[in-house]
Design a protein around this ligand. Structure first.
Ligand code: IPE
Ligand code: IPE
Ligand code: MG
Length: 253
């Protein structure tokens, strides 16, 4: 039996994988622990998955770490999570540099406490020259926030004459999203057996393949990621065309 790793077709890797890292709280509660314990253990999964993506040559990895709705959780959990996220990112900078990983951020940073904004900005700047994996943290992010923000900024630029409203098309919209520098994810994974999008990349996931697993985030490891990639590689992505058209395209390439 071939190792999962060896079953991956390296010539057909997704460029961009997005993950909703879910199930930390339930995982901890099942073990009779505090929810925060689950978040702590979740950091190990982040390390493992980042390493896994970098080692097979994935170019973009977006991790949904904290949604704008998550601000409504109990204050103690919010504070604990914020401290954990900022502290981890800060501590990981030397390793990110060693592995040529560039840290990016999407989300409403203005909602973060100042110390967090500064620490994250510093980490982003210190890894800005790296050319390997782009690690995009979705922090204080929600898709509706992003879309409302994009519409507001388009309106401002129309008003000032910078763009012609008649000329607005999909490319324009894309240029005003927080993800303007990244291709759309081909594969979106959600852990913990929840089958929803929870305000994540609603526009960008238009044609993504969705993969759901019962495994909770603190148990999710490279092998699980590779399994998801193999599953992705067995799918026929049709983009509105027929299966025959797609097969003929593959033959004629
Ligand atoms: C995901 O785990 C992490 C964040 C949302 C920050 P949860 O904290 O949502 O864990 P569950 O879904 O309650 O188990
Ligand atoms: C989505 O998870 C957000 C993150 C993983 C950061 P939630 O646990 O907040 O989503 P819902 O509330 O179950 O939809
Ligand atoms: Mg959850």
């Amino acid at each position: 039996m071939k190792q999962v790793f060896e079953q991956i077709d390296r010539s057909r890797l997704p460029k961009h994988i997005a993950i909703i890292m879910d199930g930390n709280g339930r995982w901890a509660e099942e073990k009779g622990q505090e929810r925060l314990y689950g978040h702590f253990q979740g950091v190990e999964s982040v390390r493992n998955i980042v390493e896994g993506c970098a080692s097979i040559g994935i170019q973009y990895l977006t991790l949904y770490a904290f949604s704008t709705e998550n601000w409504d959780r109990p204050q103690q959990e919010v504070d604990g999570l914020m401290a954990l996220l900022v502290d981890t990112i800060h501590k990981e900078v030397p390793d990110l540099n060693k592995n040529n990983i560039r840290l990016r951020m999407i989300g409403d940073m203005s909602m973060l406490p100042t110390f967090a904004q500064e620490a994250l900005q510093e980490a982003i700047e210190k890894t800005a020259q790296n050319t390997g994996l782009n690690l995009i943290m979705a922090l204080s992010y929600s898709s509706r926030w992003e879309l409302a923000n994009a519409i507001k900024n388009i309106a401002i630029d129309v008003k000032s004459g910078k763009i012609n409203p008649e000329a607005i098309n999909q490319n324009t919209v894309q240029q005003y999203l927080a993800t303007k520098d990244f291709p759309d994810p081909e594969l979106m994974i959600r852990t913990s057996g929840e089958y929803r999008i929870s305000n994540f990349l609603l526009y960008q996931l238009a044609y993504s393949e969705l993969y759901f697993t019962e495994t909770c985030w603190p148990d999710f490891r490279k092998e699980n990621l590779y399994q998801a990639i193999i599953d992705f590689q067995h799918r026929e992505r049709r983009f509105g065309k027929t299966g025959n058209q797609i097969k003929n395209e593959i033959v004629s390439v």
